[in-house]
Design a protein around this ligand. Structure first.
Ligand SMILES: Cc1ncc(C[n+]2csc(CCOP(=O)(O)OP(=O)(O)O)c2C)c(N)n1
Ligand code: SF4
Length: 293
């Protein structure tokens, strides 16, 4: 549980950063760095976060940052960590921060390699469900039914979202977890736990993006909560690739439509498509419950 002192501090993120109002990706980093502490170094891929981190000599993060290309992210993170250890620093957390495009698509090869080698790094995917920094193109994290810049009306994403946690768990890594900004205590507890674990740790953070999702900036927390309460984005963790634990169980599952109707990216959906999405969600939720130990 986050302490009152921790809740007061802004983590490693300065105020006045250039993210859009209501940016879930910026909030995620504010919260997760409260748990990781000052001895953290960031490796950041090309993404909105390379802008949010600030153009040198300005910075929004109170820690070292290395910007890298998409495909190399996990390899660069591994190299930074090994270099620090070589210099006698075993303490600093090396955190690779990447969007869903950089994680689910372009960086997947190096990510899989680093996970398989069990490199001692924390890989964080903030998932805004498209390539937002370049105008909102479809990624393989974009959910079925979404209108994106590369799927203009009347087209929409017609493939399901990749299940990244299951892909990472299949590598047998020590720790993988989902988290999102409406559940600050849950996120804090998971990053505090990850800090104490050695080896590869992976986080999938659902991060609402008001301009990209066609949502109001003050709805970010509400959307994040609805995603969890509808069981669209369950909160859980997986240890050693096989021990699945649900960290929050909604008392009553909310209808998916409540979440979708607040976002213009879903407004062209027909009733049949909405029903198909609800059916798929129900199936995914049942499949996850079967994995819970
Ligand atoms: C190999 C490569 N392809 C394309 C680009 C252009 N590019 C820069 S940022 C970006 C979008 C990144 O999307 P994502 O990883 O989802 O992060 P977000 O922008 O949503 O934060 C793209 C396509 C690039 N820098 N490198
Ligand atoms: S486009 Fe979205 S992810 Fe990027 S800074 Fe703005 S709100 Fe954040």
């Amino acid at each position: 549980m986050i302490t009152p002192e921790e809740a007061q501090n802004g983590g490693l993120l300065y105020a006045g950063h250039p993210a859009c109002p209501g940016c879930g990706a910026a909030l995620s980093v504010r919260y997760l760095t409260r748990a990781l502490g000052e001895k953290t170094a960031f490796v950041i891929t090309a993404s909105c976060w390379s802008i949010i981190a600030g153009l040198p000599p300005l910075t929004s993060l109170k820690c070292p940052i290395l910007h890298c290309t998409f495909p190399s992210a996990a390899a660069v993170g591994s190299g930074v960590k090994r270099g620090l250890v070589r210099k006698g620093d075993r303490e600093t957390n090396v955190l690779v921060l990447s969007g869903d495009g950089g994680t689910f698509d372009i960086g997947l090869q190096a990510l899989s390699g680093a996970a398989q080698r069990n490199e001692d790094i924390i890989f964080v995917c903030y998932d805004n469900e498209a390539y937002m920094n370049t105008g909102g193109q479809t990624s393989s994290a974009t959910p079925y039914g979404t209108r994106t810049a590369t799927a203009p009306f009347p087209l929409y994403q017609d493939r399901p979202k990749k299940d990244m946690i299951r892909i990472m768990a299949a590598h047998g890594i020590p720790y993988a977890a989902t988290a999102t900004v409406a559940f600050v205590d849950d996120m804090h507890r998971k990053f505090a736990a990850a800090r104490e674990i050695r080896g590869f740790r992976f986080f999938h953070l659902l991060s609402p993006c008001p301009p990209g999702w066609g949502a109001e900036p003050d709805e970010t927390i509400h959307l994040s909560r609805l995603a969890v309460e509808s069981c669209l984005f369950p909160l859980y963790e997986v240890r050693d690739g096989e021990h699945y634990t649900l960290t929050y169980r909604p008392a009553q599952k909310k209808p998916l439509e409540e979440y979708l109707k607040l976002q213009r990216r879903f407004h062209s959906l027909e009733k049949e498509q909405l029903e198909a999405m609800q059916r798929q969600l129900d199936l995914n939720w049942q499949k996850l419950l079967q994995l819970i130990n």
